[in-house]
Design a protein around this ligand. Structure first.
Ligand code: NAD
Ligand code: DAU
Length: 349
């Protein structure tokens, strides 16, 4: 099979590409990525010379080019991760989220329909989505696959829109699809604008740790390698036209997570206990900040036997060790465009 992965130079995409390249030598993996600020080919250095791997620099907003690429490479299946993914950026500039996440997705759907032939026996459009489309939970309950969509940020609204288009193409044109909605990922290679890598970087450099509001917000965290393994399961054995929620049954209040992270950072950096916690600074809250996300992952567990392979503390330690051992990765990322964004977002907040 010729498998097209979009957004494969990003955080989750790079873990998916690595897993598929290593586990599916009989298939060819094409990584299509525009290399926006979040795309980083350093993430894939270890597999870039594999004979079953090809990188294609392209933009999913460029329909003509997508057309040409499908003609050249004859992709059989698509795993679609390319997106603008950061909520704070979506609050500052919603339009690029509409373009990439909605129009880019529809461009891909249209191109698949043009090149694939009914009854689509070998084909699959696998759309990677988020738990944020379900909105915010109160203190009780979990998101299931039938929870009504209720997005609150421009990011989650754009992801919800893309999910609806994928499902609509399944109903209207019989396009074979699956959708997975996953909770917050953490792990190696995550861009340091998201909570965990930002705070690791700031602990290393003894910079303030900006906790939004009172820190009393809950997220359900999953190790990125476990997300990639879940994607492989759904890709291989998932039922067409189904949605699966993916999560770690691992809820943390932000402030509790930050305190655990500070404790491990002090251990690893040989700091006196309490050093990193002193960096915690409560800052202005994120507008429309969702209170709580929590995924019910029973369906994927029962149907496909998937479950997380590491506990949160194990995963967090692996992640921190990786960032400490890969300081050049972090330096390369933080010295580019990101620095300008960081200044605009944090220093002028
Ligand atoms: P990321 O921001 O790290 O990576 C996104 C990748 O997409 C980058 O490599 C970027 O260059 C590429 N890209 C962006 N616009 C593009 C375009 N127009 N054309 C081609 N490539 C483009 O994101 P991530 O955190 O790895 O998330 C990947 C996917 O998973 C997204 O669809 C996101 O909504 C979803 N998701 C993320 C999480 C999470 O916690 N990070 C959780 C659930 C779902
Ligand atoms: O739930 C899945 C989603 O998780 C994905 O769809 C998104 O792509 C991904 O970015 C993530 O969204 P969040 O907004 O939950 O992640 P983020 O790391 O930005 O924030 C996590 C929590 O930490 C959130 O409650 C906001 C808070 N926060 C974040 C940052 C960056 C802070 O308190 N301070 C910060 O500096």
């Amino acid at each position: 099979m010729n498998i097209l992965v979009t957004g494969g130079a990003g955080f989750i995409g790079s873990h998916v590409v690595r897993l598929f390249v290593n586990n599916r030598p009989q298939d060819h993996i094409y990584n299509l990525d525009a290399l926006t600020y979040a795309g980083n080919l350093e993430n894939l250095r270890d597999i870039e010379d594999a004979t079953n791997y090809t990188f294609i620099k392209a933009d999913i907003n460029d329909l003509e080019n997508l057309d040409a690429l499908f003609t050249t490479y004859k992709f059989d299946r698509v795993i679609h991760l390319a997106a603008e993914s950061h909520v704070d950026r979506s609050i500052k500039d919603p339009l690029i989220f509409v373009k990439t996440n909605i129009i880019g997705t529809v461009n891909l759907l249209n191109t698949c329909l043009k090149y694939w032939e009914a009854p689509f026996t070998e084909n699959l459009f696998y759309h990677i989505s988020t738990d944020e489309v379900y909105g915010s939970l109160g203190t009780e309950g979990l998101f299931t696959e039938t929870t009504a969509y209720d997005p609150n940020s421009p990011y989650s609204a754009s992801k919800a829109g893309s999910d609806h288009f994928v499902r609509a193409y399944g109903e209207t044109y019989d396009l074979p699809y699956v959708i997975t909605n996953c909770s917050n990922n953490y792990g190696q290679n995550q861009f340091p604008e998201k909570l965990i890598p930002l705070f690791i970087n700031n602990c290393i450099h003894k910079k303030a740790l900006p906790v939004y509001g009172d820190g009393d917000y809950t997220r359900d965290w999953l190790y990125v390698v476990d997300h990639a393994l879940a994607i492989e399961q759904v890709f291989t054995n998932g039922t067409l036209k189904e949605t699966y929620n993916i999560g770690g049954f691992n809820e943390w209040k932000n402030i509790d997570l930050v305190k655990l992270l500070c404790k491990i950072m002090d251990e690893k950096l040989n700091n006196p206990a309490g050093t990193s916690e002193q960096l915690i600074t409560y800052v202005k809250d994120r507008p429309g900040h969702d209170k709580r996300y929590a995924i019910d992952a029973t369906k994927i567990n029962k149907a496909l036997g998937w479950e997380p392979s590491v506990t949160f503390e194990e995963g967090l330690r692996l992640t921190i060790d990786w960032y400490l051992a890969n300081s050049s990765w972090l330096e390369n990322v933080t010295s580019g465009n990101y620095q300008l964004y960081y200044d605009a977002h944090y220093l002028n907040a």
